[in-house]
Structure formats: C-alpha cells, structure tokens
Design a protein around this ligand. Structure first.
Ligand SMILES: Cc1cn([C@H]2C[C@H](O)[C@@H](COP(=O)(O)OP(=O)(O)O[C@H]3O[C@H](C)C(=O)[C@H](O)[C@H]3O)O2)c(=O)[nH]c1=O
Length: 189
C-alpha cells in the first residue's frame, strides 16, 4: 500500500495494492500488521456503512474527549468528496481542511485521526460509504459544525442549497459558536 501525506499532519491518503484480473479486483481494505508497519498503529473496534443519494452532505461530525474517534474511510460504490477538518486545539492548521475524492473506482482510503471533524458530499447518483472507528459510538459525546460555515469555507462540489441533510446537520452550530462552546477544549484528550 502507498501512504500519501496531506497538508494536515496525521491525515493520510492510502492507496491499497489492488489485484485486478478478468473477474474484477481484490484488495485488503485493512491489515493491522501492515498498517502498524506503515506507522498507522490503530485498533479499530467498530465498522460503519452508509448509503446516500446524490447531493447528500453528512457532517461535519466528531466525538469528544475519551470518545473521540480515528476513522479509516473509503467508498465501496460511487464517488464522494471526503473532508477532514483540523479541530485540534493549538494545531498550526487548526480550522483548515483537506478534501479528497474517494470512489469505488480509485479504491482510495483516508485515515482521519482523533481531533478532526469529518464529513462527505455525494458526487455520484448514490454512494456506499464504509469506515472503521477506533472508538465506539457514544451519542452523548457527539459534536458537529455547520457544513457551510464561512470560516471553514468548504467547497462540497454540490449545490449547498439543495443538499440532502439530516435534521442534526441542518441545525449544527457554526465554527465560531463551536469554538466558544464548552466542548471546544474537550475534543480529543
Ligand atoms: C454514527 C452512528 C450513528 N448511529 C445511528 C444514529 C442515528 O439513528 C443513525 C444515523 O446517524 P447519523 O445521522 O448521525 O449518521 P451520519 O450523518 O452518517 O453520521 C456520521 O457521519 C459522519 C460522516 C461521520 O464521520 C460520523 O461517523 C457520523 O457522525 O445511526 C449508530 O447507531 N452508530 C453510529 O456509530
């Protein structure tokens, strides 16, 4: 597998070794030993999968404190623009994001450590999204920031006004409100 650094320390694009033949393709989507040897020493405990229609935006989400999650994300079918936002207090890239196109055709994965907000927009008719987390879901520790926050200035590459959003995402706080909230310093211990 090939590891590509991004502008945000700790966030990596992973290009797995893909074996193609007339039947199709095969690749290892996760191998603890190979990841550890590449310096990605995580123990994932929960796998998630979601399917979304074109124009959906999910995020920007995170879990706080000891429930913060590192995520290894990829797309099984379709194409998404995946976003990781640096929410680590004191980080020189605090508030900055990376945007990476993940698809069932490019096989790319993104490793997003604890301390980052995560979201994605769906660029294909539908997209099936799969990811591993190194901490369990804890609703009481969930946090979010508005997807269309002007300070984050994320280009989701879909029409924001017609985006398919959860009720939670429609009412998420803006970035400045998040920075003034009690959970601000509690994102990742
Ligand atoms: C995240 C999660 C959700 N749920 C339940 C809670 C809701 O009843 C339902 C849908 O949850 P939600 O609308 O929060 O799903 P997404 O909007 O896809 O949230 C995810 O979207 C962004 C992109 C992320 O990175 C996070 O993993 C996660 O926040 O699944 C669970 O039972 N377990 C879970 O781990």
């Amino acid at each position: 597998m090939n590891l590509i650094e991004t502008a945000l320390e700790g966030v990596y694009i992973i290009e797995p070794k893909v074996f193609s033949d007339p039947r199709g393709y095969f690749f290892e989507s996760y191998n603890q030993d190979k990841f550890k040897k590449a310096g990605l020493d995580y123990v994932f405990v929960q796998d998630n999968q979601s399917k979304s229609s074109y124009g959906t935006i999910r995020g920007i989400h995170f879990q706080t404190g000891k429930h913060a999650q590192t995520k290894l994300v990829w797309v099984l079918q379709g194409t998404v623009l995946d976003i990781a936002v640096d929410l680590r207090v004191g980080s020189p890239t605090f508030g900055q994001h990376v945007a990476v196109e993940l698809s069932g055709e490019n096989y790319r994965q993104l490793l997003i450590p604890r301390g980052f907000g995560h979201g994605f927009s769906v660029l294909s008719e539908t997209a099936v999204f799969s990811y591993k987390c190194d901490n369990f879901y804890m609703p009481s520790s969930e946090g979010s920031v508005r997807f269309d926050d002007p300070d984050l200035a994320i280009d989701w590459r879909v029409d924001r006004k017609r985006a398919l959003l959860s009720e939670k995402d429609k009412t998420a706080p803006d970035f400045q409100t998040y920075c003034r909230s009690p959970i601000f310093h509690y994102l990742s211990e």
